[in-house]
Design a binder for this molecule. Sequence first.
Ligand SMILES: Nc1ncnc2c1ncn2[C@@H]1O[C@H](COP(=O)(O)OP(=O)(O)OP(=O)(O)O)[C@@H](O)[C@H]1O
Ligand SMILES: [Mg+2]
Length: 165
Amino acid sequence: MTSDEVRTASGSTIAGSERFDSPSAGTTESVGASLAARVAAGDVVLLEGDLAAGKTTLVRGLVRALGGDDAEVASPTFVLLLSYPCHLGEILTVHHVDLYRIGERLADLREIGLEEVLSEEHAVVAVEWPKDTLTPWIPSDARVWRVTITTRDNESRLIEITPPG
Ligand SMILES: Nc1ncnc2c1ncn2[C@@H]1O[C@H](COP(=O)(O)OP(=O)(O)OP(=O)(O)O)[C@@H](O)[C@H]1O
Ligand SMILES: [Mg+2]
């Protein structure tokens, strides 16, 4: 098994993507927590999935496992960027961005400080509703994780994680 194929009990790996069945919000948080063990300072996590798929829920698990205050993790839909102090290894902050309302306006991305947070050395940046306009802003040496959550029914989700590289 290569390092890309590390899996948790309920995960499986298909063509480099890891798949998890999540029957509950708590399980989705656990998947976020397992991601926390693998991300490093400077990494970017792009989260795709419909409204209420569970993107914020997964980030809550990630923040908690990185030693941050997960009680604070809410949808940043209206404030666009929320930052959670963490203390695990070299990761001192998780920046949580939601671009749902941003459209394609580059000026807005700049205004919320995206450029700064993406270049921070000791941070992980998790982005909900990533846009194509984001691509040139991501430092070329950043490791990018892609998470896609598909809603199957009220409680059941398919979570696919594509590790960097
Ligand atoms: N298996 C599951 N995984 C994640 N969330 C679930 C699951 N089952 C039910 N839920 C519920 O679905 C909702 C997911 O909300 P969340 O804010 O995480 O979604 P989101 O993808 O961030 O949505 P948005 O695009 O609006 O920001 C929560 O109310 C959560 O309790
Ligand atoms: Mg959300």
